[in-house]
Design a protein around this ligand. Sequence first.
Ligand code: HEM
Length: 497
Amino acid sequence: FTRMAMNNEETVALIAGGHAFGKSHGMVPAAKIGMPPEIAPMELMGLGWHNPQGSGNAENTMTNGIEGSWTPNPTQWDNDYLTNLFKFEWEQTKSPAGALQWTPVDKSAPKTPDAHIAGQMNDLMMMTTDIALKVDPEYRAVCEKFLGDFDAFTQAFSKAWYKLTHRDMGPRERYLGPEKRNENDLLWQDPIPVADYQVIDAADVASLKKSILATGISVSDLVYTAFSAAVTHRHSDKRGGANGGRLALAPQKDWAVNRRTVPVVEALRKVQDEFNGQQSGGKKVSLADLIVLGGCAALEKAAADAGVATEVPFTPGRRDTTQELTDIEMFTWLKPVADGFRNYLDKGFGEISQGVSPETMFLDKAQLLSLTAPEWVALTGGLRAMNANHDNSPYGIFTDRVGVLTNDFFTVLTSTEYDWAKDDMKGLTFSLTHRATGQSRFVATRADLVFGANSQLRAVAEVYAGSDGHQRFVKAFVKAWNKVMMLDRYDVKVASN
Ligand code: HEM
């Protein structure tokens, strides 16, 4: 529930409210139920979990194994779940399927009508998670509040239900239809105030690019900062991203992985102040736009230095939000444990990842950014060319021309002139030596070598490494970069639909 950004009050409201309705199903021992669809014999045609008892459904239904309803009237909104949970002692019993569940000790406790057999009354049922609401002191305090105030419970459930069913829809710009609510954003919607100023135009973009490059911040740092702002985006629940400028706010500004961005944001603020101070017609540039624009300007320079003239797309209109409109605790869930794009592993990685490899976590990150395999490969190769490692470390920087948008990462990665060896037993880092000379050359992490070791990723890497691959790589990289920068721009996407 915490990962869904629910506090204790919301958690209790949801469980107590949800279990005001319906029933759990466990009439048949699991051993009697047929195989799941994916491993059932072909002739079952995808219909697994065959239930041989009676009709196989209705009063014979078997799903999770626990059997019964929580309340005497499970089709009505009321406070009976909490009333009975607290009024009675509950003892552990077993369902017909053999699952552990809880039943009132007092046999005079209310019963509940069977969902299918007319006239049959059954004992009430609680799951261990329901009993936990009574036993845990913090949940118990919330239960007691709701027990004494049905209206407060109803209101809390209604709000938490709205949040539960909308929290993965992202910003309100994505909401459609006549029932769309128009009041101010709620904190869990990660609000970004609307722009009450004129947004920068193409001429401003051109001059701002020059101002940013004139600050002397390195192209690597600019790229790193823009990417760090955008990479928090999660396609799964549409949270995070560069819009809002939250990279400059707690908690993100304080994450170890973002340490490198702090002086860059400082310098960009000066560019922002200077530009906004010069405007007379109510025009402003947001810090969120400047952070992304800095990355775009740097990449254009890096591509030009590599001999490929490229325009990196930039769409202005990001707005800055405030610290008050940022739920620090809930944004902390976006903090990466691992981020292969920035060659980052959290200090507690071993403990948190529970055996999941860094490259698997990297795949998860790429998936959260909704990247295809070629996009993932191109993006990583470009970031390595720019040395977008969180600590400026040499891992995966297979080039002598750092900050130039070369395809060197791929040519070295796929070359047979080198030998790779583990640095330690854990196999988290590797060293590369030149086969012919024995000279040590580069170092790498698992988030680098996976692009050579995995056959599918390697197939893409070889295309970018080819003698005709450089231009193609730059094009693919810029496209993937722009995709990531635009992931959270629902204002633009919805407007153009
Ligand atoms: C600790 C959290 C929860 C646990 C462990 C839990 C567990 C379960 C289980 C095992 C079932 C029985 C499924 C079946 O056999 O068909 C069930 C049913 C149900 N749950 Fe939950 N649940 C939780 C929270 C919630 C929440 C937050 C809601 C809604 C706000 C909810 C609403 C329901 C409803 C309506 C049913 C009855 C479905 C039916 O009648 O077929 N539950 N729950």
